[in-house]
Design a protein around this ligand. Structure first.
Ligand code: GDD
Ligand code: MG
Length: 197
């Protein structure tokens, strides 16, 4: 028996408010709440497609592979905008594991061998449909087959960093790493280091 036994939702209307790189819709829904009362609510939804991210961990050196790139939404906060993240990208219609192998290679130059699927998580469920698939893989220096750096055709301009895991955790505490997916994966690594040998 949950609070929401009587709750239900009916979509009454959807209008496209913007149809650029990502579609933004304005919905009207009839939401019947937990007391059984129905209210018409307005909600805006950003139709982001699924994405994937990966913790690349080198057990011999105790380092993680991170990428640094310009992020406009951070710039608009008047914060330093070349932020540090785990490698990530849109699935672009591929299976999550295929997509993360491709993104890891394009962004970091590491060819990933065995990949471990960890979990899925909504990155911002109040406004965005984005569902992120989280992975982890151990790598070593011999898996680096190119410099990475992203796709020139898409003007990706990516710096590849190899950071000791303890230092990366300290960077979270100091505010130098401030991306949610990255913090989740670094904390997973701290809790599960024995799985990555
Ligand atoms: N033309 C155009 N191109 C864009 C736009 N936004 C992004 N791009 C391009 O689209 C590509 C996206 O690169 P990916 O590596 O696939 O994705 P990402 O930017 O790393 O991140 C995605 O996944 C993250 C998961 O953490 C998400 O958080 C992030 O919002 C995004 O969906 C980049 O080349 C970028 O230049 C846009 O509004 N217009
Ligand atoms: Mg990316």
């Amino acid at each position: 028996m949950t609070k929401f036994e009587k709750a239900k939702v009916e979509i009454v209307d959807e209008k496209t408010l913007s149809n650029g790189w990502t579609r933004l819709s304005g919905y009207q829904i009839d939401y019947t709440d937990s007391d059984g009362e129905t209210h018409r609510l307005k909600r805006e939804v950003y139709h982001r497609t699924p994405a994937a991210t990966i913790l690349l961990y080198d057990p011999k050196r105790g380092t993680v592979v991170l990428v640094r790139q310009f992020r406009l939404p951070v710039y608009l906060h008047d914060e330093p905008a070349w932020i540090i993240e785990t490698p990530a990208g849109l699935l672009d219609g591929d299976e999550p594991e295929t997509a993360i192998r491709r993104e890891a290679m394009e962004e970091t130059g590491f060819r990933v061998r065995d990949v471990r699927f960890l979990f899925k998580a909504y990155s911002s469920p109040g406004s965005s449909m984005e569902l992120l698939h989280f992975f982890a893989a151990s790598i070593d220096t011999t898996d680096r087959v190119s410099n990475g750096g992203g796709l020139a055709a898409e003007h990706e301009d990516i710096e590849v960093l190899q950071v000791p895991l303890g230092k990366a955790i300290a960077m979270v505490e100091q505010g130098e790493i401030a991306d949610a997916k990255t913090i989740i994966l670094l904390q997973w690594a701290m809790l599960n280091r024995e799985l990555l040998s």
